[in-house]
Ligand binder design. Structure first.
Ligand code: NAP
Length: 279
């Protein structure tokens, strides 16, 4: 066992990891157009980010644009020139969204960030029809649409022989489960994690990398109503950090995965939950 580098006879030498950290630190201060990607000398410039109108997605778009990256955003409605409208409850929407994004990107997308999602209550004692409708709706938006977009992205990269990255914004619920009214949400995020691992293992050799983020409660409209309904501050007792995350924190993790994460991190799931769930 090597408790430290010096104990292993590496005193005076700099490890690859330390050298890589220096490179990443330098890259972090530059626009993307100024630096090579981590896997080759190619430049990564265009990102399709779903759910960019609010919350985590909005913060992620800002963080990425501050890095000089082209971000094609998405929401149910187009609120500006950078945002494509697509309601992901429609099974045909992911294809339309991908095609339009690709056209806007001039035929090349480098990174997909699958962030759009819903967290809606589905009480166990709802009618069979209502419960199933809610199940299908949440699985459709959170999981199926993400899988469809991931498929289009992977096929695009394989076809072009180019590298690419997918960042899946999943949830702590994908590991830990959720409340009795959120079986569907937990299942959708657990499914997303399985999808992410499958993609990472299948295509790493082609330079197609996959990362997942599992936030705990994050201060967006999605969490606000739920936190209030579950007693607000009382729920914070379950979070050793003593507070929920803010969207900028999750955005920082997403930007890291999209732009900076070394290829060897592919397949990883990055928890961001204030130690409320430690694996
Ligand atoms: N907030 C949390 O506590 C938390 C915790 C863990 C994981 N997450 C995950 O983080 C991601 C972002 O969550 P958030 O808190 O930022 O949520 P948010 O503030 O509610 O924003 C959700 C985003 O998803 C889009 N969206 C919702 N339904 C859609 C649909 N049918 N078709 C297309 N787009 C749709 C919204 O677009 P519109 O503005 O057009 O509705 C919006 O841009 C989600 O995947 C969520 O599951 C959040």
């Amino acid at each position: 066992m090597c408790p430290s580098l010096s104990d292993c006879g590496m005193r005076g030498k700099r490890s690859d990891a330390v050298r890589d950290a220096d490179v990443l630190a330098q890259a972090a201060g530059q626009g993307l157009d100024d630096r090579p990607s981590r896997t080759t000398n190619r430049v990564m410039t265009t990102i399709l980010l779903t759910g960019s109108s609010r919350g985590i997605g909005k913060a992620t778009a800002e963080a990425l644009r501050n890095r000089g990256v082209t971000v094609i955003g998405h929401a149910t409605r187009s609120t500006d020139d950078h945002t494509i409208a697509a309601d992901l409850t429609d099974p045909k929407a992911p294809r339309r969204l991908w095609d339009e994004a690709l056209e806007r990107a001039g035929g090349r997308i480098d990174v997909l960030i699958s962030n759009a999602g819903v967290f809606e209550s589905n009480p166990l004692d709802a009618s069979d029809t209502d419960w199933m409708d809610q199940w299908e709706r949440t699985l459709g938006i959170n999981l199926t649409a993400s899988a469809q977009l991931s498929r289009h992205a992977v096929l695009h990269w394989l076809d072009k022989g180019q590298e690419g990255r997918i960042v899946h914004v999943a949830s702590r619920a994908g590991h830990r489960g959720d409340s009795p009214a959120h079986w569907h949400y937990a299942a959708s995020k657990g499914g997303m994690l399985a999808l992410h691992k499958t993609i990472a293992r299948a295509y790493a050799g082609k330079g197609i990398l996959s990362f997942a983020i599992t936030p705990g409660f994050t201060e967006t409209s999605m969490a606000g109503d739920y936190l209030a309904s579950r007693g607000g501050p009382g729920l914070l007792a379950d979070i050793p950090l003593g507070r929920v995350a803010n969207p900028e924190e999750i955005a920082a993790v997403a930007a890291f995965c999209a732009l900076d994460a070394p290829p060897s991190l592919t397949g990883a799931t990055l928890d961001a939950n204030g130690a409320s769930y430690v694996r």
